[in-house]
Design a protein around this ligand. Structure first.
Ligand code: ATP
Length: 338
């Protein structure tokens, strides 16, 4: 079947005896932005590099609009690349960098395309500036403009914002999202930051240990992580064994709603989010392991009946005590198949 866009089948990447990417199938439809999300070392960069043609895969195929490009060299795939450090040419001006992929086009056309791209990334009039005079955020905007200038049929971005500080990263994530949409760019976006992935992408592909474990819309991944590994990566944990009882999951600490399709009678786990447990007079009494004051509130680490340690919020503060009452709140939890 011929589909529009990128089709990856059975793609594998190995380094000596290490399998970094293990037979991945992934589609990115024309005009779609897909985020490749996963913990450090899960194989995200290796997969992106193999799609770009920078890493020869020992197995699998990469197709664009149905045409096999697996054996094409990097520059003949028509894909654009943007890395964490931008990799700008320090001896060229901003215009020289942005216009780099436009060689062969008439001078006027090139200048107007450079101006258009600089406008798009919020750097109007920066043509003559030296690369060395730019801030980190401005340099990454120039790098983005350069990668978009030749209108690549697919843009591959590898952690494009991770060298920037948090505030700037959040602002640029929103800008990047708008720019990719405004240009109708088809993109595959590698990140280890789930907030960034969920802001930018139409769909999120979660890679763990070289395997794609879930590919879905952001809201669906939050609502129904495929399993414990995905939920843990989203920040849930520890996990309590539970039994499904109709639309509820029953744990040792109480019941929570299980509002997703799960096979009845199958084992499930309830993942605790940061707001899942509260110190409350009527809760189950549990031993206190540690108490601290963070982000303007008191948090208490307690030992669960199975020996795991979990954090509970104490809204009204907490007197030093050996045991406190702990209540489970459904809203701060997620239910996943065991
Ligand atoms: N050139 C290489 N030679 C040997 N092993 C490599 C090489 N590049 C990556 N690896 C290994 O392959 C695995 C996947 O690495 P990769 O960089 O693709 O992961 P990642 O998810 O992008 O990680 P990060 O988020 O930390 O960049 C890791 O175990 C890594 O150590």
């Amino acid at each position: 079947m011929v589909t529009d866009g990128l089709t990856v089948r059975g793609l594998t990447v190995r380094y000596g005896g290490t399998t970094a990417v293990a037979g991945v199938d992934l589609d990115v439809q024309a005009g779609e932005v897909v985020a490749l999300l996963g913990p450090s070392g899960s194989g995200k960069s290796s997969l992106l590099r193999a799609i770009a043609g920078l890493e020869p895969p020992p197995g699998g195929t990469v197709r664009w609009n149905g045409t096999d490009v697996t054996d094409l060299p990097v520059h003949r795939r028509g894909f654009g690349l943007l890395f964490q450090d931008g990799q700008l040419f320090p001896h060229r001006s901003v215009a020289g960098n942005v216009g780099y992929g436009l060689t062969g086009r008439p001078r006027d056309e090139r200048a107007s395309r450079v101006a258009e791209l600089l406008g798009l990334v919020g750097l109007e009039g920066y043509e003559r500036r030296a690369i060395t005079s730019l801030s980190g955020g401005q340099a990454q905007r120039v790098a983005l403009a350069r990668s978009l200038a030749p209108a690549p049929r697919l843009l591959l971005l590898d952690e494009p914002l991770s060298a920037l500080d948090r505030g700037l990263r959040e602002r640029l994530t929103g800008d990047l999202c708008r720019i990719l949409r405004a240009t109708g760019t088809t993109a595959l976006y590698v990140t280890h930051d789930h907030d960034e992935a969920f802001t930018v992408a139409d769909r999120v592909a979660v890679l763990i240990d070289g395997r794609l474990v879930q590919v879905e819309r952001p809201a669906q991944i939050w609502r129904a992580p495929a399993g414990r590994e995905v939920a843990a990566f989203l920040g849930y944990g520890p996990f309590l064994p539970a039994e499904l009882d109709g639309a509820s999951a029953r744990t040792v600490l109480g019941e929570v709603p299980a509002d997703r399709a799960l096979a009845p009678g199958s084992g499930v786990l309830v993942g605790l989010g940061p707001e899942a447990l509260r110190v409350a007079r009527e809760g189950m009494m549990l031993p206190v392991v540690a108490t601290r004051f963070v982000r303007g509130r008191t948090e208490v680490d307690v030992c669960l009946p199975d020996g795991q340690v979990a954090t509970a919020v104490a809204p009204g503060g907490c007197e030093p005590a050996e045991r406190v009452g702990i209540r489970l709140q459904g809203a701060g939890t997620v239910v996943v198949p065991a």
